[in-house]
Design a protein around this ligand. Structure first.
Ligand code: HEC
Ligand code: HEC
Length: 479
């Protein structure tokens, strides 16, 4: 299903200008950014302004702690704290040259089982715009094991409607729970989280969320050791992996429903604190924003040509729209599943919808602070075969810093990404049907270079260092 470029061009230019989302801060001023009025048409300026000036994040209705500064401070500790992680299970973790999480100086040592090596900041590195700079390119991210996808930035994720490439989560706080119990990432458990909060963060936690239950009562709450005695101990479903007779009583599955509920609440609060921190990670004031605000020299001539390609000839802006350069929707670009450890199949959005709708941590569930708002977001969402192979449009802010690219991590440079678009994507090796918006662009090499130069103008001003470094007392990076 390929339609010609010219036909789609006129259609989408209309679509973009009709849908001009948020009026940007300077749309009411006719004097700004006009020094290049001969190069950009009036219509083009309208689109350009719609991309600039990142606003304040929208309210996070399902998290009543989202704007609580104490929660954000605690969330920052959680974000950097490797004590919320269980055993490493992949030997490549001990190849520290290639980004492993094992113990420095012990490369090659068969140390499977080393613990407390993985924090959120391991894969979301503050010095590379909170994306994964550690895992080698053409690869998915390495935590306790290799996962399914490459870690994206978390800057400006407060603007997302849905989280992860496939939209598996409908809030920042629910997203933050998943890496903890994911056997490829932190490989930890919700009971372990509660116990680690008791041990390391009790006073701060209680000042925000109220008293912890008596987690020392081993008859009610299993004292899950780290490393656990059996895989998955302390997470739902753990009784299946428990080899000892009657052992289920010692695990999450064996707890009473009301005690499980207490553990789940602590777990949800962990996510809400992390989300309060992530909401502060807003990137703005890039060279591009300064250009739109009137600083004509903030962009060079080739970057301006690249901007024109971005909004007109290459149609990038039909998906990468608004101040965060994303329509917050899902598309199938035709990215083949290729690269070391990249799974041979990825259904994208299609696989995520049922799991999102049935999750106890979604916005309609018992841990949501506004189930009605949560229900409005999910209303009408159903699984649909058109979702096969669709992935969320990522932000392009800071894109120069966040390689490697795509959900597979397969493209190691921005030039490779633009070259991919220039050739209309991959022909095979992906699930579902490629979007009709992806077509050969027939750009010359100079145009490809110009477009890449423009993408490099989207790095934001540095965030305050107190937001990007581990708080005092947190053992990160792990020794
Ligand atoms: C092992 C590496 C790894 C660790 C550790 C990790 N993440 Fe991620 N993160 C990823 C990957 C990979 C994705 C994309 C997952 C997907 O699309 O399925 C992701 C996605 C995200 C997203 C969604 C971004 C978006 O635009 O949708 C957020 C937010 C996030 N992680 C926050 C966290 C937090 C908070 C923690 C700690 C609790 C954490 N991550 C731990 C690798 C990691
Ligand atoms: C049909 C919608 C659509 C169009 C048109 C589009 N993109 Fe994308 N873009 C996406 C989606 C969806 C992804 C994520 C795909 C994936 O990882 O599988 C993406 C990913 C990217 C990435 C990698 C982001 C990352 O963090 O890994 C870059 C860079 C990018 N696009 C730039 C562009 C440029 C430049 C153009 C124009 C030539 C363009 N896009 C056109 C939807 C689109």
């Amino acid at each position: 299903m390929r339609v010609t470029f010219k036909k789609t061009f006129l259609f989408y230019l209309g679509l973009v200008s009709a849908a001009l989302l948020l009026p940007s801060a300077c749309s009411d001023s006719s004097s700004l950014g006009r020094s290049d009025s001969s190069f950009f048409s009036e219509e083009e300026w309208k689109i350009i302004r719609s991309l600039a000036a990142v606003p304040a994040p929208p309210p996070a209705a399902t998290n009543r702690f989202a704007d609580n500064p104490l929660a954000a401070a605690l969330g920052q500790k959680f974000f950097f704290d490797p004590r919320f992680s269980g055993p490493l299970v992949n030997q490549e973790n001990f190849n520290t040259n290639e980004g492993g999480n094992g113990l420095a100086g012990q490369a090659g040592n068969p140390l499977d089982g080393a613990i407390e090596r993985v924090a959120c900041a391991t894969c979301h590195n503050p010095s590379t715009a909170f994306a994964d700079s550690r895992t080698i390119s053409e690869n998915v991210s390495l935590g306790a094991n290799f996962g399914q996808r490459n870690a994206p930035t978390i800057l400006n994720t407060a603007f997302n409607d849905f989280y992860n490439y496939d939209g598996l989560f409908d809030s920042q706080w629910a997203q933050a729970l998943n890496p903890i119990e994911n056997p490829d990432e932190h490989n930890f458990s919700r009971v372990g989280v509660a116990l680690a909060i008791l041990q390391n963060h009790q006073a701060e936690y209680e000042a925000i969320f109220g008293p912890l239950p008596n987690l020392n009562d081993a008859a009610r709450f299993p004292q899950v050791p780290n490393p656990p005695v059996f895989v998955g101990q302390g997470r739902p479903g753990d009784s299946a992996a428990d080899p000892s007779p009657g052992g289920a009583l010692d695990t999450f599955d064996g707890m009473t429903p009301s005690d499980q509920q207490l553990i789940n609440e602590i777990f949800a609060n962990f996510g809400k604190a992390v989300a309060a921190y992530e909401r502060l990670l807003i990137s703005r004031d890039s060279a591009f924003d300064r250009f739109v605000a009137g600083e004509n020299r903030a962009l060079s001539a080739d970057q301006k040509r690249g901007l024109k390609l971005f909004i007109v000839d290459s149609l990038c802006v039909t998906c990468h729209s608004g101040p965060n350069f994303t329509d917050n929707r899902f598309h199938n670009l035709g990215v083949k599943q290729a690269g070391a450890h990249v799974p041979s199949q990825d259904q994208g959005r299609f696989g995520a919808v049922p799991a999102l709708l049935s999750s106890e941590f979604n916005g309609t569930g018992p841990f949501s602070d506004d189930p009605a708002a949560g229900a409005r977001k999910l209303s009408g969402l159903t699984q649909d075969s058109r979702q096969l192979g669709q992935f969320k449009t990522p932000t392009l802010r800071n894109i120069d810093l966040t390689g490697s690219y795509f959900h597979t991590g397969f493209k190691s440079s921005l030039w490779d990404v633009v070259d991919f678009y220039n050739h209309g994507g991959d022909r095979s090796g992906f699930a579902g049907i490629q979007s009709v918006r992806i077509n050969d662009l027939n750009m010359t090499e100079t145009q490809v270079n110009d477009l890449v130069s423009f993408l490099r103008t989207l790095n934001g001003a540095p965030l305050p260092s107190n937001l990007t470094s581990p708080p005092a007392g947190i053992p990160f990076p792990p020794p």
